[in-house]
Design a protein around this ligand. Structure first.
Ligand code: KIV
Length: 291
């Protein structure tokens, strides 16, 4: 649905009954809009964004939810994993995405070490993302183990997106990025985690790298939207890391990624052409010069 499609705005304070990006054009997408989308069976998309420029592009394209993921660590800041990302970095990146967008809900990731210590620590750092960055919601990893923190944030009025299955901040404990939820015991644990975060008040839950059938079962059993990444086609929403989706990532991408463009080649070609023009004295031409 196009961001500029004409459709009447709902009464003040009411969630849109039209498609997520086709109804209200004068405010950001809210948790109530996402709950209504699940009710009517509308699937939606989420992309990561790490700056005002790309956030603005995705907002104009009608992506209703943008995640300032701590994947910024490996996709934007040059780290190998998400583990080194700090709160100050997440506040800066999230604020930039908020500034560059008008309609998307901006979800800011809580980085490793910013919430695991205690619910009080989670509250302190989530409040920074809401107050200093202007995020509309926060995301944190963990099911049953994070339920108490989720409950406290939700009680304080902070919308929380949960993240279960493959949780990349635990890369060293997992020994890599293995698919989760395989086998009866692991599948039962994933279901318990999903129900625990819903019970704690999360408005949505990311399911990362889980078998498609299990993700379908979780989606069926939960009232809140599920957001899949490597979780098959039956989740309520799908998220991809934008640099993977647009072909900016160097080298291999995970099996679950579909590349919709090859921006790395396009940008590289543009840079090479610019350098060649400069070497040949072909740039700047007369039309790029002042008299
Ligand atoms: O940080 C991130 O980009 C994420 C997505 C993979 C869901 O958590």
């Amino acid at each position: 649905m196009n961001a500029s499609s004409p459709s009447p705005s709902p009464a003040r304070g009411q969630a849109s009954t039209a498609t997520l990006y086709g109804g209200v054009t004068n405010r950001r997408v809210t948790v109530r809009d996402l709950a209504a989308a699940k009710q009517r069976g509308e699937k939606w998309s989420m992309l990561t964004a790490y700056d005002a420029l790309t956030g603005g592009v995705f907002d104009e394209a009608g992506i209703p939810v943008l995640l300032v993921g701590d994947s910024a660590g490996n996709c934007h800041l040059g780290y190998e994993t998400t583990v080194p990302v700090t709160m100050d970095q997440m506040v800066m990146l999230s604020a930039a995405v908020v500034r560059g967008t008008k309609r998307a809900m901006i979800v800011a990731d809580m980085p490793f070490g910013s919430y695991q210590e205690s619910p009080a620590q989670a509250m302190h750092n989530a409040a920074r993302l809401m107050k200093e960055a202007g995020a509309g919601a926060v995301k944190l990893e963990g099911g049953e183990r994070s339920a108490r923190s989720i409950e406290l944030l939700v009680e304080a009025g902070i919308p929380v997106m949960a993240h279960i299955g493959l949780t990349p901040q635990s890369v060293h404990a997992f020994g890599g990025y293995p698919v989760q939820g395989r086998g009866d015991e692991a599948a039962h644990q994933l279901l318990r985690d999903a129900k625990a975060v819903q019970q704690a008040g999360a408005f949505a839950v990311v399911l990362e790298a889980v078998p498609a059938e299990l993700a379908a079962q979780v989606t069926e059993e939960l009232a809140i939207p599920t957001v899949g990444i490597g979780a098959g086609v039956d989740t309520d929403a799908q998220v991809l890391v934008w640099t993977d989706m647009a072909g900016m990532t160097a080298g291999r991408v995970p099996k679950f990624v579909k590349q919709y463009a090859n921006l790395r080649a396009v940008l590289g070609d543009a840079a090479r052409e610019f350098a060649a023009d400069v070497s040949a004295g072909a740039f700047p031409a007369a039309e790029h010069s002042f008299s």
